[in-house]
Design a protein around this ligand. Structure first.
Ligand code: SF4
Length: 396
């Protein structure tokens, strides 16, 4: 029966190997890491340092930058040093958009992780007739990729740094497209080809991503990757994201649908929400997804009823006031419920409750226990006093 087999509500995360990126660890049972990317030109040292710092201060644990040229790669050395001198050693990832190894090798000296896109390692001319690749042709190109990638893998291995193999649905290499089509399978095989090269060079500080702008494609790709890795005995952590999610409400919902679905399955060790907005806007979305799933608790959890004909006060306004007064009290769960008919039962074991009692009066709860009835006009102040009396208040 259900009673003798209680249903597990906590998410069981897939076991992955720990991959160190500076002073942060991705995978290995560590909390899901939040990351984002600055928009500044990497040649602008002061601007980049300020942007990295702004993101890091609001909870972005790993910051990504782009390196379109060798001079950008060299400049990253100055950025890293300036961060250490004026702030702290923030874990940095460089996005290398070329298959040219010069840039990657230079940047590997300055950052903690290098992201490469297998789709850019293209050595073949497009097949004009759309014909298939023979196994020999396929393998020959694989050998060229290996030869190109090897110095970077060796450099990262020797420095104890990490690599992200970041496959994008929109930029699969030609021969993967011909062989597997524009499919999750093509994405997964593309990642596996690169993983195998790394493993043959005894390098395993790898994180994998398989991003797509269509949520069902992205979800299918990550699920297939996990299945294939399980078959092959691989335990690499996964970086989750929905690319080109857009902006506003729909961008957030789209990211949450993709990232949240996988996290709920226990898949995912680091996340990035990509919004067409300032990167600072991405961080609270990441933390909200993680908190909603019970994976990380970094904010007060508010439980509030939707209000209905029984509601005894202006719920939206009171919730706003309670939030303003208490949002710095990380770790607490606070419920605001419109009436006592369903309120106390539905407070979901909140630490404190603010519940409509009768017109003009509310009741304050500690857990399931009703503590006192107070006039609604004093409700928020009395709630604060109760939290203070319990020794759980800290000044904002
Ligand atoms: Fe309505 Fe009361 Fe339920 Fe809120 S708690 S939705 S006011 S019945």
């Amino acid at each position: 029966t259900l009673d003798s087999h209680p249903i597990e509500t906590a998410i069981r995360r897939r076991k992955t190997r720990p991959v160190k990126v500076g002073n942060i660890t991705i995978g290995g049972g560590y909390p899901v890491v939040v990351q984002s990317m600055i928009n500044e030109d990497t040649m602008d040292v002061e601007g980049s340092v300020a942007a990295i710092r702004r993101l890091h201060e609001i909870g972005c644990e790993i910051v990504r930058v782009t390196v379109p040229s060798l001079s950008h790669a060299k400049t990253l050395g100055d950025i890293k040093q300036r961060l250490i001198d004026t702030y702290q050693d923030v874990p940095l990832v460089a996005d290398v958009h070329h298959n040219g190894m010069k840039i990657a090798l230079e940047v590997a000296k300055h950052v903690d992780k290098v992201r490469i896109n297998p789709g850019l390692y293209v050595f073949e001319k497009p097949k004009a007739d759309g014909g298939e690749y023979t196994q020999a042709e396929f393998d020959q190109i694989g050998d060229k990729i290996r030869a190109t990638l090897e110095p970077l893998v060796v450099s990262l291995r020797e420095q104890g740094k990490a690599m992200r193999i970041g496959v994008n649905h929109g930029s699969l290499a030609e021969r993967m497209l011909f062989t597997y089509g524009d499919t999750p399978e093509g994405m997964v095989e593309s990642a596996l080809e690169f993983i195998k090269i790394c493993e043959s060079l005894d390098f395993r500080n790898i994180v994998i991503s398989l991003k797509a702008s269509r949520v069902p494609v992205m979800i299918a790709a990550y699920r297939l990757m996990v299945r294939r890795m399980d078959q092959l005995g691989m335990d690499y952590p996964l970086h989750l994201g929905v690319t080109e999610a857009g902006d506003g409400e729909y961008g957030r919902i789209k990211s949450t649908a993709g990232i949240g679905t996988l996290l709920a399955d226990g898949i995912g060790d680091t996340i990035r929400v990509s919004l067409t907005e300032a990167p600072e806007k991405e961080i609270p979305v990441c933390y909200s997804i993680l908190q909603a799933l019970g994976l990380r608790k970094t904010m007060v959890e508010y439980v509030a009823c939707p209000s209905c004909g029984r509601t005894l006060f202006n719920l939206e306004e009171v919730l706003h006031r309670v939030r303003e007064a208490t949002q710095h009290l990380t770790g607490l769960d606070i419920a605001v419920m419109g009436c006592i008919v369903n309120g106390p039962g539905e407070m979901a074991d909140a630490d404190y409750g603010y519940v409509g009692k009768q017109p003009g009066y509310i009741s304050l709860y500690r857990g399931r226990e009703e503590i006192k009835k107070v006039p609604e006009s004093q409700g928020v102040e009395e709630l604060i006093d109760l939290i203070k009396a319990d020794g759980r208040w800290i000044d904002p």
